[in-house]
Write a protein that binds this ligand. Structure first.
Ligand code: MG
Length: 384
């Protein structure tokens, strides 16, 4: 029987890679619903014609009407936040691929888990904002929460070699982004175009900027803490410029278990969609003689304070990671719009956290309120 999928965020980078994996396994995977919140209506129409989902969700009601006219009656087109939630909860769906960017994806991730759907999560921000809550909901409904993030897929695989009580530490690898060696006194001159040019991964705009500031690794540290229930002081980050070792686990006997593959998101996505099985594929493979050197170096926390900042938020309380994420999203957007310089992204997040009084997150509403507070405070501080 094939696994029936709702793909939320289908026209983004992860969405397209997910469809690539599904194209390779038509007998095992079927698209039931597609949701795209952005403006690529033509691309979405092509996807619908190729994969024939029952339900399609878009953000804007006018676009929904236009798309419904183009597609005819076979596919139902819905819109707004309600439409996205409808796709996440659709009865005929077994697995939701959550690939919406940012905290905007949280309500749909929550809805899917609450409805007992397994979730393959690319939307790391929803775990950063409400990790404890999402894990509780998943536990209550028996839904499985699997990562798509390549580092976490690497950890998930490496953790299958031992018991959780045997884990000494997790090591998340980071490429270091485009500014790993750039003179820090010139960082105020960095423009969006340069920051978007990632050395090893091809990704969407938001995560590319997060990779340039290393905030992505800070968010991933929080994500790993929730997914694997490992305390933050046992999660480290190491720079690995080649992006071949996707992360590793050190066990208490000193053994390291690492996972490697070509750096293409189709590998972690297929892992999440096929788990607990492993499927054959014809994707490009690593060849040892082509790898050359694999290098590792510590994170320079003067240059990249975001990893320590993220670790600190976990000690502050539930709402602090949510506020960190909100401030970062606002600052990244402002940087991409040319409104603030590159170094102001992380300093904005620091300043917003400095004025935050943390509290618990016990409901989706709590999470959304802290998210809104963080955004508002960031806009004030950045004078946006
Ligand atoms: Mg990652």
């Amino acid at each position: 029987m094939s696994r029936r999928i709702a793909l939320l965020g289908s026209t983004g980078s992860i969405g397209e890679s997910t469809l690539q994996v599904i194209r390779h396994h038509p007998e095992r995977l079927r698209i039931e619903a597609l949701a795209a919140l952005g403006s690529k209506l033509d691309r979405l129409e092509q996807q619908v014609r190729e994969f024939r989902p029952r339900l399609v969700a878009v953000r804007d009601p006018l676009r929904a009407t236009e798309l419904q006219d183009r597609l005819g009656k076979e596919t139902k087109v819905v819109s707004g936040e309600g439409g996205l939630l409808q796709a996440a909860r659709l009865d005929s769906v077994d697995l939701v691929v959550a690939a919406v960017v940012g905290a905007a994806g949280l309500p749909a991730t929550y809805a899917a888990l609450e409805a007992g759907k397994d979730v393959a999560l690319a939307n790391k921000e929803s775990l950063v904002v409400a990790g404890r809550l999402l894990k509780e909901v998943a536990r209550a409904t028996g839904a499985q929460l699997l990562p798509i993030d390549s580092e976490h897929v690497a950890l998930h695989q490496s953790l299958r070699s031992g018991h959780s009580t045997e884990v000494h530490r997790l090591m998340l690898t980071a490429s270091g982004g485009p500014f790993r060696t750039r003179d820090i006194t010139t960082w105020s001159e960095i423009g969006p175009e340069e920051a978007l040019r990632h050395p090893t991964w091809k990704m969407g705009a938001k995560i590319s900027i997060d990779s340039a500031t290393l905030m992505n690794k800070g968010l991933e540290l929080i994500e790993a803490h929730h997914l694997f229930e490992v305390p933050p002081d046992r999660i480290e980050v190491v720079i690995h410029p080649q992006s071949i070792v996707h992360s590793l686990v050190e066990y208490r006997d000193g053994s390291w278990l690492a996972q490697m593959s070509v750096n293409d998101m189709i590998f972690p996505i297929q892992y999440a969609l096929s788990y607990p099985d492993r499927w054959e594929n014809e994707f490009e493979r690593l060849e040892p003689h082509q790898l050359g050197r694999l290098e590792f170096e510590p994170v320079d926390s003067q240059r990249f304070p975001s990893v320590d900042l993220a670790r600190e938020t976990l000690a502050m309380g539930d709402s602090a990671p949510a506020v960190l994420n909100a401030a970062n999203e606002v600052a990244v957007h402002a940087f991409l719009e040319g409104q603030i310089p590159f170094p102001a992204i992380v300093s904005a997040a620091e300043r917003v956290l400095g004025s935050h009084d943390p509290g618990p997150i016990n409901s989706l509403d709590d999470a959304l309120q802290y998210d809104a507070w963080g955004r508002q405070r960031a806009r004030e501080l950045l004078k946006l």
